[in-house]
Design a protein around this ligand. Sequence first.
Ligand code: DQQ
Length: 538
Amino acid sequence: SIVSKGYRTGYHFQPPKNWINDPNGPMYYNGIYHEFYQYNPNGSVWGNIVWGHSVSTDLINWIRLEPAIEGNTPSDINGCWTGSATILTGDQPVIIYTGADTEKRQVQNIVLPKNRSDPYLREWTKPKNNPLIEPVGPGLNSNQFRDPTTGWIGPDGIWRIAVGAELNGYSAALLYKSKDFMQWTRVDHPLYSSNASNMWECPDFFAVLPGKNNGLDLSAAIPNGAKHVLKMSLDSCDKYMIGVYDLKHDMFVPDTVLDDRRLWLRIDYGNYYASKSFFDSKKGRRIIWGWTNETDSTSDDVAKGWAGIHAIPRTIWLDGDGKRLLQWPIEEVESLRRNEVSHQGLELKKGDLFEIKGTDTLQADVEIDFELTSIDAADPFDPSWLLDTEKHCREADASVHGGLGPFGLVVLASDNMDEHTTVHFRVYKSEQKYMVLLCSDLRRSSLRPGLYTPAYGGFFEYDLEKEKKISLRTLIDRSAVESFGGGGRACIMARVYPAAVVDGATHMYAFNNGSSTVKVSQLKAWSMTRAQVNVRKG
Ligand code: DQQ
């Protein structure tokens, strides 16, 4: 139908049809990037899950292969769920994933490539010793025990993985050890656990260097000054903690422990879940992939024949102050840019709306630097907003004048603005520092009924005395609006379904609705050409 064609993304990862969810086992091996994903080969709702498999040389254009793992043994007959890839010493790739067994218990299984000299690693075999790990031991809930991480080797030469679990009613990343990646024993304490929640899905554990965007391989020597990150998926979002990995006790120790999980940092403040990162040895960076589901109705998904996309892979690193992760779309996405439009020295006064013309507004990449003329105009910050940023974004929406902001972008807007999505900043003053809010407001995004249209928001601290510019980058892809605020300090992935997208005519604007003027020192926009995403079979 026309509807499904209009909303189908042009350069985000998705299979030709059907349902996808979590990214699984991303890796770079022998010159090829692999992306596996939770996939329903029979329809556009969750179910019958197998591991879809695609390969790429640039993480943007993908070749589709046959599913890599299907549930056909006693240890995965009721489910082939999320897992991770590890490249073992001697260049041996392996995948550990969660199976639901004959009794619907969650167990961890392994698969190995049948033929390592096949450049695409098309076929994966299950050794006889599955399951490798069963849900046994004190405090474990056998229905909440899944999503093993990539393995890492300690200085003692022993492998470790973490598994998301409910332990004694609380959330945990359980730690397992092995000499050979086949025989695993549970360590008597978790890598980390918290009684602020009761289950963590898709844990991810990795190392980062403050202020450096080169990535680290957790199995290589970790340099001094590095920090560790534990990411967990809960409450429909991906949260993380920064800390250190205490090797002596084999434990993750967060720098700050926040009892209220609403305050935990988030990889993304929008629609982004079950992310998984990997070390890209080709370019020496860490890349994170996440799943973004549809926010139309299930019947819309059935009509479209597809549901779920993956966000653009992002380089991920640690801010210089060690307090927050930064993310930026991988540079390869820039190969899709066409027809650059550029403006300098624009002034946006209160109420100004500047139309950005000359690009394909349905598939675009926009970068704007906003320069603040007077930071004294910032309104005071109220820390209670941090507990519910969506509520704050609803109350202080794009039409509510502030001292500094709102200013930002209006995207996918219909001719008469009946439909529009805003991505904007507000700047607040909090004691010695400034707090910036990035908001992506979907409430007016579409006139169609039955959509989930929240106003997403995330705050970040910003040194405005030093840095007078706040940058916004937004990738627009028909039903996807993916934004990076303050150089990747806050990210918001969103899905929208404007009727105007189906008609193929939308507009894009820069705007300011704050009392003080902001300058746009630089604005660049590009049309994004269609990528070859899974259109070819390999
Ligand atoms: N999705 C998988 C699970 C995981 C969940 C099942 C997270 O392994 O916990 O499709 O979205």
